[in-house]
Design a protein around this ligand. Structure first.
Ligand SMILES: Cc1cc2nc3c(=O)[nH]c(=O)nc-3n(C[C@H](O)[C@H](O)[C@H](O)COP(=O)(O)OP(=O)(O)OC[C@H]3O[C@@H](n4cnc5c(N)ncnc54)[C@H](O)[C@@H]3O)c2cc1C
Length: 318
């Protein structure tokens, strides 16, 4: 599907994180690297974070804590906020590739079970000789990525298959409670992730913005109770809750499809002019997928879209 307007950018994540870090530092934020938080202890008048600062135990006391620790269930579980049990695993590597212009996406349960793989040039628009190769899978992402890299190498698409692969779990589903006394949970830690693609940058930032507003108000009124901070969850669920739960159902349905059925969906999209119609319908958005999925399912009820429809409605009743 192609649009006239730019839909998304390829971001150098390291530079993005560095830019955000220096912006926060210029506003007074302090960073303590190599200092994992090992416990959070809420109290009546303050909340404490127990850390290991370069191996030495140190306690920080604060008025409030924002948990932004990615998909690491231990701390939210310990605080009684629940646990996200469902997840995908993502793996990615940077490779040398010849003359890459456009991002490529690969589907199929043998390539990336339950999800998809990608080959994305680091610089879109001009020929790039570096690209990101990655995939999401229900498990063993590193192994599937190595297989995918071998294939690309055999086809002469990349110049080496001996590359460093990074791997990380991505939550699918949201935390039962993303707030507590003096605590808010944001980003992957709260499950603010597009379930269709595993992308958490956009929704994580929406969540963070709402958290900042609610926390600002709570600090000003010196009311940091769970009841006051529950506004955060109400607001972010109002903004993106339906989107995430619909995406979750679509994801659970997609996992159950065979390669033939996935191929069938692409055939329908390609041959019936449906892709074009959906693009022009106003339902298309790079970040908000549920309207597009629902519009697609409404427009065509032939197999295998019918199967997805049945799976999605079955998920809704579970
Ligand atoms: C291969 C791959 C590709 C992806 N591609 C995309 C994409 O194209 N678009 C997109 O939107 N998303 C993508 N994502 C998802 C995206 O990376 C996450 O949604 C996003 O990074 C979540 O941000 P976060 O700040 O919530 O958590 P994280 O980025 O995981 O950051 C959490 C931070 O907390 C730190 N931390 C953890 N535990 C502790 C502790 N106990 N004490 C102190 N610090 C701690 C970690 O070291 C880390 O620095 C991808 C993920 C993977 C794995």
């Amino acid at each position: 599907m192609q649009t006239e307007n730019v839909q998304a950018y390829v971001v150098n994540r390291l530079l993005l994180d560095k830019a955000i870090t220096s912006k926060a530092q210029s506003q007074g934020a302090q960073y303590f690297f190599s200092s994992p938080v090992i416990d959070i202890i809420p109290g009546k008048d303050s909340i404490q974070a127990e850390t290991l600062c370069f191996g030495a135990r140190e306690i920080f006391s604060a008025r409030a804590v924002v948990l932004a620790n990615g998909f690491k269930p231990k701390l939210p579980r310990k605080l009684g906020l629940g646990e996200i049990k469902n997840f995908l695993v993502g793996a990615q590597a940077e490779v040398e590739a010849e003359n890459m212009y456009d991002p490529e996406v690969y589907f199929g349960q043998e390539i990336a079970p339950g999800a998809f793989a990608w080959l994305v040039p680091s610089h879109v628009g001009t020929a790039a000789n570096k690209a990101y190769v990655g995939l999401l899978a229900t498990s063993q992402a590193r192994l599937y990525l190595q297989k995918f890299l071998n294939n690309l190498f055999d086809q002469g698409r990349i110049t080496s298959r001996e590359v460093e692969i990074g791997q990380k779990a991505i939550p699918v589903g949201t935390l039962t409670r993303s707030y507590g006394d003096r605590v808010l949970v944001i980003g992957d830690a709260a499950g603010q992730v597009k379930p269709t693609t595993g992308g958490g940058i956009y929704f994580g930032h929406l969540g963070a913005k709402i958290a900042a507003e609610v926390l600002d108000e709570a600090l000003s009124s010196d009311n940091l109770t769970a009841a006051q901070l529950s506004r955060y969850q109400k607001q972010w669920k109002a903004k993106m809750g339906k989107e995430l739960s619909r995406g979750y159902r679509a994801r659970q349905a997609y996992i159950k499809l065979s390669d033939r059925q996935i191929e069938g969906i692409f055939s329908i999209l390609g041959s019936s002019g449906m892709a074009e119609a959906l693009l022009k319908s106003g339902d298309f958005s790079f970040d908000w997928h549920s309207r597009l999925i629902l519009a697609g399912l409404k427009r065509n009820s032939t197999y295998p879209l019918l199967k997805i429809k049945q799976l999605v409605s079955r998920e809704a009743t579970l």
